[in-house]
Design a protein around this ligand. Structure first.
Ligand code: ACO
Length: 696
């Protein structure tokens, strides 16, 4: 079941509000706590509230603070984009959205309005936001000015752009379609859009599309002289009252706005009379141009009338005013109950609401983006604070990462090293560091040292470790840190910025040991690819696993994947797919796959399979058409360390992907290794995943 939906349009005035109102109305019946979120608004809050937010909030009585219902103005997004900092934009949008998602049953997210320069930037922004929020999309297009053929091409190309990014589009809606194109357009779209996408075509409705006097007054910057109470009058036509009166009257139609110079008293009086006459249609309003106000006797006359239409004075000339009126677009304001009701009934009439409900109920999210993954792991680590030991206090990167972790209050930290050295490093690095919040231990002078030496001796004496060796080993920060974890004095350890993998993980292999039912410690990397996170295992520990060990690595990796919210679809990688190839190495992978199938029939697994068939939908379908994994693998298991280690590094270096890990799996308590080339962010992320492992 989806907890949210994204309404995306591809151009201005496509009618997103109609869909938003209709959906909110549909969901209000079934859902207790509804939220509405518009990540990017047009104007800063000091210029007034966003019209869409205001309409939805007031009509559905939403009790959400205005500042929680948007993240940025359009201008701000452009600014951050120009500074190359779109990550900050998406991060902020994710955390604001998540706040609403956590406190409500359903969140309706509305895309940008396309009211400004640089439409392509907005198109991309909508795709990026929908993708990162991981929610399905309803795609709405404005069909007012196109033929059925043009429109269908446009809608299809927009649909493809979302589909290419693996964003699930639930429905495409062509709105404001001229009645003569309705049938044809529906036919073409139904043929060309995949069957599982709902197609809706909504005809142009002038009662929804034409502006009110209020909107026109705003557009022409008019001053209301009379008829303030009638500014919600709808304007369906406009004429210029520059001709003789008799000609002007014959051109009046229902809801006509008359534009005339302010000194044309004859026209003003006649139009007001026509409005009262049962022989003429209702007038929408009068606009008096050129900054001219009617003379006193005319004012007096109008003041004495009972029924009056809005009479508005503008500074602009008639020609300019008429142009402004022609380009005025209608919006649905919170006080326009009639339009709101009409939008909802239009939605119910032209959209298959049952099908939408069904699609929302059966929606299965596919994959997770790197930014959402990082947001979620930080949040999880904070939800139950764990104590992590960092043995390498003499490394600047460790201290910088610690500073960041302390600032964000993500974990409790112990750093191993000499307090004076660490203080000097912090001063040299000129970083903020709250010494009251961190424990600093120098192993050789620690009161815990003797206790740890005894423990190590007891644990390893059967392996020929004597007391002297134990004393010596315990001065090594890897042994001391691991013993802290073993003893429960810390919940996890992260090391390896200065030490080799062997040096870092050997103490854990020697005495933290493996969990029940696990014989082999292995590792995974969370590979943050441009638009998804994949799990790679084992790229750091086991040089040449046996089929049994490879099967165990696959199972542990699937469990790690589940622990971090990624649905495991395991690809057992080899140079052959299915039954196509043979050889000792392929057999090993085939056997390992069979063992996993027997031990864990609940897991989706495919093997042997080549990397391209595992991750590319087209190749996957071609090589293994009946596979549940081919083309969509999320957990990639390498046959040996040579392949795994080189592949993760190749992907990391060639694509710029962030590789979080290696995270060791199978140990009784979490100990994780860093690469010696690690960055501050790598350390930060590894501490976070270690803390999450410690929560299990
Ligand atoms: N799972 C569980 N226990 C293990 C494992 C394992 N995979 N490997 C070793 N052990 C245990 C052994 O049973 C032994 O226990 P015991 O002393 O109680 O009997 C203990 O660990 C030590 O075993 P050794 O055989 O002496 O292994 P050693 O410590 O020499 O090496 C290691 C183990 C470090 C995992 C080794 O296999 C290795 O070097 N792997 C490759 C690491 C590497 O270089 N990775 C690539 C770089 S990492 C990167 O790029 C991010």
């Amino acid at each position: 079941m989806s907890k949210a939906i994204y309404i995306a349009s591809t151009e201005p005035y496509s009618g997103k509000t109609l869909i938003a109102l209709g959906l909110m109305n549909l969901l209000a019946d079934k859902t207790k706590k509804l939220a509405y979120f518009k990540p990017v608004i047009n104007e800063p809050p000091e210029k007034g509230k966003d019209i869409h937010i205001e309409t939805i909030t007031s009509h559905f009585g939403l009790n959400i603070e205005y500042q929680d219902m948007f993240a940025f103005t359009r201008e701000q997004v452009l600014y951050y984009k120009s500074m190359g900092n779109t990550t900050y934009v998406i991060d902020t949008i994710i955390s604001k959205y998540k706040k609403l998602e956590e406190t409500h049953d359903f969140v309706l997210v509305e895309g940008t309005d396309f009211l400004g320069e640089g439409l392509s930037f907005e198109f991309d922004a909508n795709i990026a936001i929908a993708k990162n929020l991981g929610i399905p999309v309803i795609l709405i297009s404005n069909g007012e000015k196109n033929s059925a053929e043009e429109l269908s091409n446009l809608i299809l190309s927009n649909y493809q752009s979302f589909n290419d990014k693996e964003i699930q589009v639930l429905a495409v809606v062509a709105n404001k379609v001229q009645s003569e194109h309705l049938f044809e357009l529906h036919q073409i779209l139904s043929k060309r859009i995949p069957k599982d996408v709902l197609v809706s075509v909504i005809p142009l409705n002038i009662d929804l599309g034409n502006p009110t006097m209020k909107e026109i007054i705003e557009a022409v910057k008019g001053k209301i002289l009379f008829g303030q109470n009638e500014i919600s009058n709808q304007v369906d036509h406009s004429i210029v009252g520059a001709m003789q009166l008799r000609n002007c009257l014959t051109r009046l139609k229902e809801n006509t706005l008359v534009v005339t110079p302010g000194d044309r008293a004859d026209i003003i009086v006649a139009i007001l009379q026509a409005n009262l006459s049962k022989n003429y249609p209702k007038v929408a309003g009068l606009i008096l141009t050129g900054g001219l106000e009617p003379e006193e006797p005319i004012i007096k006359l109008v003041q004495g009338l009972q029924t009056i239409v809005p009479i508005v004075q503008v500074e602009t000339g008639t020609f300019e005013t008429v142009n402004l009126i022609a380009s005025t677009q209608s919006r649905i304001y919170s006080d326009n109950k009639q339009k709101i009701d009409l939008a909802i009934t239009t939605f119910e009439r032209y959209i298959d609401t049952k099908a939408i409900e069904n699609k929302l109920t059966t929606f299965q999210p596919e994959g997770i983006t790197p930014l959402m993954f990082q947001y979620q792991i930080i949040k999880r680590a904070k939800s139950q604070k764990k104590h992590i030991v960092l043995p390498e206090g003499n490394d600047d990167r460790i201290l910088k990462a610690a500073s960041k972790l302390l600032k964000q209050n993500i974990v409790e930290l112990t750093i191993l090293g000499k307090i004076d050295d660490i203080k000097a490093s912090i001063k040299r690095l000129n970083i903020s560091f709250d010494f009251d919040k961190v424990h600093i231990i120098d192993p050789s002078s620690s009161p815990l040292y003797d206790e740890y030496v005894d423990a190590l001796y007891e644990l390893r004496k059967s392996k020929n470790v004597n007391m002297e060796m134990a004393r010596d080993l315990m001065t090594d920060v890897s042994y001391f840190g691991t013993m802290m974890v073993y003893k429960g004095h810390a919940d996890g350890m992260v090391s390896g910025a200065l030490h080799t993998t062997q040096h870092t993980i050997r103490p854990a292999l020697q005495f933290v040991k493996t969990k029940p039912n696990v014989t082999v410690v292995s590792s995974v990397f969370f590979m943050c690819l441009p638009d998804r996170v994949s799990v790679f295992g084992d790229c750091a520990v086991n040089p040449n696993p046996t089929p049994e060990q490879l099967a165990e690595i696959a199972i542990s990796s699937a469990e790690s994947s589940i622990m971090f919210g990624i649905e495991p679809k395991i690809a057992m990688l080899s140079y052959s797919s299915g039954t196509s190839g043979q050889g000792e190495d392929v057999e090993k992978v085939r056997m390992a796959t069979e063992i996993v199938k027997q031990k864990r029939p609940d897991l989706k697994i495919e093997g042997p399979i080549q990397y391209d068939a595992a991750v590319d939908a087209t190749v996957g379908k071609q090589k293994l058409p009946n596979s549940q994994v081919a083309g969509q693998a999320s957990v990639l298991i390498f046959p040996d360390l040579n392949t795994g280690n080189n592949t993760y590094k190749a992907v990391q270096r060639e694509t710029g992907a962030l590789a979080i890990g290696p995270m060791l799996q199978g140990l009784n308590k979490p100990v994780n290794d860093l690469s010696r080339g690690c960055t501050v962010d790598d350390i930060f992320n590894t501490v976070i995943i270690t803390a999450i492992q410690a929560q299990q």
